[in-house]
Design a protein. Structure first.
Length: 94
């Protein structure tokens, strides 16, 4: 059975670890608290052209593993620039 695409992934103030994120859509935190999405545990390479952004809560992104996560979409530059400015290794992000 084919998988139905998800257009919005709401962390709802929880943190989660997943292998990859790809395609389009949005990753948000509408729960009002702080959430962290950790990506890359299986060392895969992926392209995400959606948006990763705060809504009513704060959302952090963590990249693990050796694969490359390429961020497209409207806020990719802001996410990578903020991570680099904070002193994070952004070599796995494009």
């Amino acid at each position: 059975m084919p998988r139905k695409p998800v257009t919005e992934f709401d962390l709802n103030s929880f943190s989660d670890t997943i292998n990859i994120i790809s395609g389009t859509g949005a990753v948000v935190n509408a729960g009002g608290g702080s959430s962290t999405l950790t990506l890359g545990g299986n060392n895969s390479t992926s392209l995400f052209n959606g948006l990763i952004h705060n809504t009513t809560g704060t959302l952090a992104l963590t990249k693990t593993g050796t694969g490359t996560l390429t961020l497209g979409g409207g806020n990719a530059y802001a996410v990578i620039a903020a991570a680099a400015q904070a002193g994070y290794d952004v070599s796995g992000l494009r």
